[in-house]
Design a protein around this ligand. Structure first.
Ligand code: FBP
Ligand code: MG
Ligand code: MG
Length: 340
């Protein structure tokens, strides 16, 4: 990353909460995230980061910053024990350290449509023990993750990370350039009136999702008998961070558009790690009905419908899928089962 600031200080994240076999890998991710954060903060002064430069395997537009972040993380991971490396921006799985014991999947830059508009974006990562083959390292039960996290580049740059024993929140101190522990046990608040969904796709959604959202929008005139508030940042990391801090629910369901039969978000490097974080923070993450943790991606870039957040809300979405057809298709005034 040419336009980057200083190299990784050895104590970029001084904590004893990171398992020893993962420490070098996490330090490398932190050092790179700190440099990316400096670049993002320069905005237009840093160059044409938001310029479109091509398309990835999925046909998604790639921005200059997507590719710079991808290269920077891959470079930094050399010598940190990562054998298999999968990225949203790469067609196939690469080998970094042939003798390494880890497999790391990464969405190097999440929410890239927000680069130009100074809205929070992020990096998502998922870590497994390396398996015998590259495919076996990632096409496996998502419950086998040994670490998962995201960096959010917003008004603050922060790391939210889990190693399977709760969720830790670190904030990058812009003066010392170190990630400082802010909370060693993040817990998702169970109550919130916020839901997040791209409502412009309403006409394409399956009926149970429409019914759930109809009932939120009906507010105190509907079966829920209370008012809700809607949010949509179009940046999965930003939505996740809000839910981690304040509770609520996120939905990106499957829909009837071509290419959205399994939703939009990718299992290996978006949904699996976010699901591990959410469950470790006391929330729930499903594909609408079934838990994400315990599913196996069909392919490296496979997508999945994704619903996560406060546990009671996610369970309620699953319950809408169990309603008889006549009840789920009824106008909210006739839906009686879910009075809050
Ligand atoms: O534009 P849409 O359909 O609302 O989709 C928004 C979603 O797409 C994403 O931007 C996909 O991630 P990438 O930017 O890594 O491709 C998510 O962050 C976000 O939740
Ligand atoms: Mg993404
Ligand atoms: Mg991305």
């Amino acid at each position: 990353m040419d336009r980057a600031a200083p190299a990784t200080p050895p104590d970029i994240i001084a904590t004893d909460l990171i398992p020893a076999p993962l420490a070098a890998c996490i330090a490398a991710l932190c050092g790179t995230a700190a440099r990316i954060s400096t670049l993002i903060a320069r905005g237009p002064l840093g160059g044409t980061l938001g310029a479109a430069v091509g398309a990835n395997t999925d046909g998604d537009q790639q921005k200059e910053l997507d590719l710079m972040a991808d290269a920077a993380f891959a470079d930094a991971l050399r010598g940190t024990g990562v054998r298999h490396h999968a990225s949203e921006e790469r067609h196939s799985i690469g080998t970094i350290d042939p003798e390494g014991g880890l497999a790391l999947a990464i969405d190097p830059l999440d929410g890239s449509s927000n680069i130009d508009v100074n809205v929070s974006i992020g990096t998502i990562f998922s870590i497994y023990p390396a398996a015998r083959t590259p495919e076996a390292s990632f096409l496996r039960d998502t419950a086998e993750q040994i670490g998962a996290g995201y960096f959010i580049y917003g008004p603050q740059t922060a790391l939210i990370v889990t190693f399977g024993a709760g969720v830790q929140h670190y904030v990058l101190d812009p003066e010392t350039r170190r990630f400082i522990l802010a909370n060693d046990r993040v817990a998702i608040p169970p109550q919130s009136i916020e839901f997040a969904i791209n409502a412009s796709n309403y006409r394409h959604w399956p009926q149970p999702i429409r019914a759930y959202i109809d009932d939120c929008i009906a507010g105190d005139t509907g079966p829920r008998a209370k008012n809700f508030n809607m949010r949509w940042v179009a940046s999965l990391v930003a939505e996740t961070h809000r839910i981690m801090m304040r509770g609520g629910i996120f939905l990106y369901p499957s829909d009837s558009r071509k290419g959205y039969e399994r939703g939009r978000l990718r299992m290996v490097y978006e949904c699996a790690p976010i699901a591990m974080l959410i469950e470790q923070a006391g929330g729930r993450a499903t594909d609408g009905t079934l838990p994400i943790l315990s599913q196996v991606a069909a392919s490296l870039h496979a997508r999945t419908p994704f619903v996560f957040g406060s546990a009671e809300k996610v369970d309620r979405v699953a319950a809408y899928h169990d309603l008889p057809d006549e009840e789920v298709s009824a106008l909210f005034g006739s839906r009686g089962l879910f009075r809050a």
